[in-house]
Ligand binder design. Structure first.
Ligand code: GLC
Length: 744
């Protein structure tokens, strides 16, 4: 009886919330219909126009004077304007020149923090901690909103299996399931529960779609794939953000199978707006409409504008084509008034939902801005997330954690860096010294200055050797050497693809010199992509992947090195043995001649290389801890799952080490036989748990038929009866397995 009462109460609450939402939408619809009834076609077209201000440069120059355009009432949105003073000035200029007082919406790339910078999103994904990732977006939104920003061009949800591509740094790695969970969490973090709240911002899912599959990892390059791969691998993280209520989408630069995304009716109208029921608005990427001409699908600007509007683009970023051409295209009946009205309405709805018609300044003030940006609570959050993103790749003879009484020589081009440490796409992050360097972080822990030395030794890229000897001299006197190395932050991110993903410059040469000293060498990496580290793995005693850990990165690295933080991160992306293996990812197909490794009785006629093993250097989901964890007692609730039924999976995990530690328990499933080929395994669940030393925890998962669905031979999204295997462990090369049968 009590149970029913609770259920009824819950039902009543959700119905009233739903009714309230419906009522609010009616109120909004009435307001916007009333407004649009008064708008001229020029004023409607203005809502589809976005220009860039003088802030961060994030694309080619266009020569358009955004101030003049605002004065002419020709602008609906401005990107790259931040700060209360600047945004208030521009908003006032706009309102003074807007007949109907329609506010601007200010957009900016708030990707992994606004002024307090968190680890790059690939690093955040390595935390496998959804609440930490949501918190990161929450803090970023609070700071950005306080600084007059209304809308972020994030989350970037592009799946990528190619570390040559610089933008893997902005995503969540190679896996669809992990990427979908991260995408959902970030939208919830940015948008909160109510867009009217002045400490949240509108999110924007990008880049729609499959931008991460650029051929050869070269940015903006061609993408071509089957609809099955598009729908199974690349689209789910986008759909997850629609489920999370994301307010906007951004089209990608690339073509897919011959159609540029910005001109793709299939993507924008058929899938996004119709199949998924997306009610927000679609903005292009930077000058992406103009680029339909070099893509070779548009004769001229007018034709490019026509293709984009017909395809379902609601707002143009920067290019100036909509403003110059839409009215003429309407007169020539190449676009319809309904299309322009729909685009305008979607933009106005977002502005309404953000409360911009009530308060175009969203209570932004210099006092609030000063109080919010980099406040202690935000910095503490950034440190927590950075600590959780650290991935320990190697730790021979437990050389880590370090002890304060040891004499440690810290060397490397990034050992005192405060610029690159916050990574690319760092919004208004302070690169002038505000971030905590490794040296500063270490000095907070080791107060005896005789115990530590700090020398660059070499640069990141250039091959000057004049600093090396001094560094070697100090290293010679140390018990342990710690080398902090990696990439320049601008070697990752947009327009930063590399054909060689080794440690750049002469960093490896310096490591070889350090190794000759016969002392333990610990390599700490700051990088925005998987690197090829085979030599380092063979020759270094320990390797810590720190990504670009953000404003508090030096503290996180130091706390991890000295054991204050026990590393718990797991790789969101495979690290190959060499670049020739790329693309290399865990959820690959088996092929008809799978190579079983050195024990395979057939060593020649198999799908393999003659010079390198097929296996990665470090697999997806891999990461060590100062603890050790053992997995046992894998149990399934049944050997059979009924179609539309469920199956419980449980496993015991024991912390067999000497440290309390967090472990990411991962659940993988293999569909052994399908009407089409299926991956050798797919991530279908994970839990990150703190397990105290010596303790054992039983971890439960639930599998449903939904988890087993795929696009079958007829492109129907179904689960097929048959045998399935289940793998559980702390990495994708988990070996603890069991099986079950899905029955009709
Ligand atoms: C850039 C990026 C996109 C970003 C936009 C605005 O070209 O591709 O991710 O949001 O322009 O800066």
């Amino acid at each position: 009886m009590r149970y029913n009462k609770t259920l009824l109460l819950l039902l009543a609450c959700s119905m009233s919330l739903f009714a309230q939402k419906a009522k609010d939408n009616t109120k909004r619809d009435q307001f916007i219909s009333g407004l649009m009834a008064k708008m001229t076609i020029d004023e409607k077209i203005a809502q589809t126009v976005q220009y860039t201000a003088d802030g961060t440069v994030t694309g080619p120059k266009t020569g358009i004077n955004y101030i003049d355009e605002i004065k002419r009432g020709n602008v609906g949105s401005i990107l790259n304007a931040t700060g209360v003073k600047y945004t208030r000035e521009l908003q006032k200029l706009n309102l003074d020149n807007s007949r109907l007082k329609i506010p601007l919406i200010f957009g900016h790339d708030v990707i992994h923090g606004f002024r307090t910078i968190f680890p790059i999103t690939l690093g955040e994904a390595a935390s496998w901690d959804l609440s930490a990732v949501e918190l990161s977006a929450r803090v970023a939104a609070r700071e950005a909103a306080a600084a007059g920003v209304h809308w972020t061009f994030a989350p970037m949800v592009d799946i990528s299996r190619d570390p040559r591509w610089g933008r893997v740094s902005e995503g969540s790695g190679e896996d669809t399931y992990l990427g979908s969970k991260m995408a959902f969490a970030r939208v919830r973090g940015f948008q909160g529960h109510d867009l009217m709240s002045t400490d949240v911002i509108l999110a924007c899912t990008k880049h729609f779609a499959a931008y991460g599959a650029a051929e050869a990892g070269r940015d903006y390059n061609t993408v071509d794939m089957s609809e099955r791969v598009l729908r199974e691998t690349y689209l789910p993280p986008f759909k997850a953000t629609v489920d999370a209520g994301v307010g906007s989408f951004m089209t990608s630069f690339n073509e897919i199978a011959g159609v540029p995304a910005t001109a793709s009716k299939f993507l924008l109208r058929d899938i996004l707006k119709k199949e998924w029921g997306f009610k927000g608005f679609v903005v292009t990427d930077y000058t992406a409409i103009n680029e339909l001409i070099p893509h070779g699908v548009a004769r001229d600007s007018a034709h490019a504008g026509e293709l984009a509007m017909v395809a379902g683009v609601d707002m143009e970023m920067v290019g100036g084509i909509y403003m110059k051409n839409l009215k003429k295209l309407l007169a020539e009946k190449r676009v319809t008034e309904a299309q322009i009205n729909d685009a305008c309405r979607r933009v106005l709805e977002a502005k309404y939902d953000l409360g911009l018609f009530t308060d175009p300044y969203r209570q932004s003030s210099e006092q609030r801005e000063k109080a919010e940006l980099t406040k202690k609570e935000n910095l503490d959050a950034a440190l927590m997330v950075a600590n959780k993103s650290m991935v320990l790749l190697k730790n021979s003879n437990n050389v880590l954690p370090l002890r304060k009484e040891q004499k440690v020589a810290f060397v490397g081009p990034l050992v005192s860096d405060e610029h690159n440490i916050i990574g690319s796409w760092a919004a208004t992050g302070d690169r002038s010294g505000f971030a905590v360097s490794v040296q500063e972080g270490v000095n907070k822990i080791v107060t005896d200055k005789n115990k530590v030395t700090f020398d660059k030794g070499v640069e990141i890229v250039d091959s000057r050797r004049d600093m090396m000897q001094a560094a070697l001299n100090n290293a010679r006197k140390a018990d342990v050497i710690v080398a902090v190395m990696g990439e320049f932050e601008n070697m990752t991110g947009e327009a930063a693809s590399r054909t060689n993903i080794d440690l750049p410059g002469i960093q490896k040469e310096f490591l070889a010199e350090l190794k000759k000293l016969g002392k333990p060498v610990v390599l700490v990496l700051m990088n925005g992509r998987p690197l090829t580290l085979t030599w380092e793995n063979d020759n270094m005693d320990a390797i810590l992947e720190a990504w670009y850990p953000g404003t508090m990165g030096g503290d996180a690295i130091a706390q991890t090195l000295y054991g204050i933080n026990n590393p718990s991160g797991k790789l969101p992306m495979t690290f190959p043995r060499n670049i020739g293996q790329i693309p290399l990812y865990y959820n690959h197909k088996n092929t008809g001649r799978p190579y079983l490794g050195p024990s395979d009785p057939e060593q020649k006629y198999k799908s393999r290389y003659i010079d390198v093993d097929n296996s990665p250097l470090y697999p997806f989901g891999y990461g060590l801890s100062y603890s050790t964890f053992s997995y046992s007692n894998l149990k399934l609730s049944s050997a059979k799952m009924q179609m539309n039924g469920k199956l419980k999976v449980s496993v015991d995990v024991t912390n067999t080490g000497n440290y309390d530690g967090e472990e990411v328990i991962q659940l993988y499933v293999r569909d052994v036989v399908g009407s089409v080929t299926r991956p050798v395994k797919e991530l279908k669940g994970f839990k990150k748990l703190l397990i105290k030393k010596g303790q054992k925890q039983t971890v439960d998962f639930e599998l449903t038929t939904e988890d087993l669905k795929f696009y079958n031979i007829d492109m129907k999204f179904v689960a097929e009866p048959g045998d399935f295997e289940v793998f559980v462990g702390g990495s994708s090369d988990a070996i603890l397995k069991d099986k079950f049968e899905l029955v009709k």
